[in-house]
Design a protein around this ligand. Structure first.
Ligand code: ZN
Ligand code: ZN
Ligand code: ZN
Length: 363
């Protein structure tokens, strides 16, 4: 694995050079494990990787240092003791760097403490440096996303097969059941398991609660986790008993919209064209006002990352971009539905990483 991180730090330095960035500063979040394979715990103690053209140094609490797999040819370690000042150490490593790229998830308290040490500097986001690398998945990353997707598919198949009891249980109970199944199928962590029944499904990020699921309603399940460092994310809906005509018709429209969105995910097309393709189908079918969010988000080490499939994002899709296509229809107070797969753009066309049937399965 050593060569992987040496390669990534080398690429980061080239990105820094191309963008006039003198120092890269990343802390908690996913740029750090991407660059050196170490995931910092989100704690009040500072962990920071400082990369300059000459040196890469991980400033890490002494008690966390044992968890770091050290690649001495890639980065140095400075372990700090409880009474040390890691902010001053970090500032020293940044030195006289003029333009500094800072990780999105670095806690503001550390940045606020650093600022007095870094007068008359220019700050940019590390997404300009590392994001440009992370957006293009290599073959090993796509294999990991595919394996995570297959594990989520197995849980979706259990849902569609009626193996997950629904009627008479609360959304929260079903959410816990789905979470346990995600782990049983190989995920290391569950990131979310949205279960929304009936009118609750009209709220896209509904928090599963004590609402009891009944016969005669739609149940939306949107779930995913992290497996070997990469995320899954899938949405399927089931209907308990035959759906009413308007719901059945809406589902057919939603399937066509999702199909159009996936088909638009071709190399060279813009991210916003994926959103437009899915949205156009729903607008023409009369659901335009009921599709209230963007069509998709990138996925990788993070469940939501670049690129975003949203109007206004003219970024061209490249081979190795991985993203969700997840249009939805939300009728407030009545019902909602969403259909989501993960797609990877390839030179041969869009490739879905989820294969569970896309029907509104009646249970
Ligand atoms: Zn979401
Ligand atoms: Zn989702
Ligand atoms: Zn999603």
């Amino acid at each position: 694995m050593t060569s992987l991180y040496a390669t990534r730090i080398g690429r980061a330095r080239r990105q820094m050079h191309a963008r006039g960035v003198d120092a890269l500063l990343v802390s908690v979040g996913f740029d750090l494990p991407y660059l050196i394979g170490y995931h910092a715990m989100p704690l009040e103690r500072l962990t920071a990787l400082v990369v300059t053209s000459e040196r890469a140094t991980l400033v890490v609490p002494r008690l966390e240092a044992a968890r770091v797999t050290h690649h001495p040819e890639v980065f140095d370690i400075v372990a700090w003791n409880e009474t040390d000042d890691p902010v001053a150490t970090t500032a020293t490593l940044i030195g006289s760097s003029r333009r500094i790229a800072v990780g999105d998830q670095m806690w503001s308290r550390f940045l606020v403490e650093l600022l007095p040490h870094l007068k008359e500097r220019e700050f940019v986001r590390s997404v300009d440096v590392v994001g440009a690398m992370r957006i293009n998945k290599d073959d090993a990353e796509i294999a990991s996303l595919s394996a995570a997707g297959a594990a989520a598919d197995r849980v979706a198949a259990q849902l569609q097969g009626g193996e997950i009891p629904l009627i008479g249980r609360t959304e929260a109970q079903v959410s816990a059941d789905i979470s346990a199944r995600l782990i049983a199928e190989g995920h290391d962590v569950v990131n979310f398991a949205i279960v929304a029944a009936g009118e609750n499904a009209a709220s896209p990020h509904h928090h599963a609660g004590d609402r009891v699921i009944k016969h005669g309603e739609i149940v939306l399940c949107d779930f995913g986790g992290t497996m070997a460092g990469y995320c899954s994310d899938i949405t399927r809906c089931v209907h308990l008993g035959e759906p009413p005509a308007d719901v059945a018709r809406a589902w057919m429209d939603l399937r066509r919209a999702q199909e159009a969105g996936v088909a638009a995910g071709i190399v060279g097309a813009t991210c916003e064209s994926v959103d437009a393709a899915a949205r156009e189908v729903l607008v023409e079918a009369g659901w335009g006002g009921y599709f209230i969010h963007r069509t998709g988000h990138g996925i990788g080490m993070e469940a939501h990352e670049e690129p975003y499939m949203v109007s206004g994002n003219a970024l061209p899709i490249a081979a190795g971009h991985a993203f969700s296509v997840e249009p939805g229809i939300y009728v407030e107070g009545k019902w909602g539905m969403r259909l989501e797969d993960i797609v990877v753009a390839t030179e041969a066309g869009p490739r879905r990483l989820n294969h569970t049937p896309r029907d509104l399965v009646v249970l």
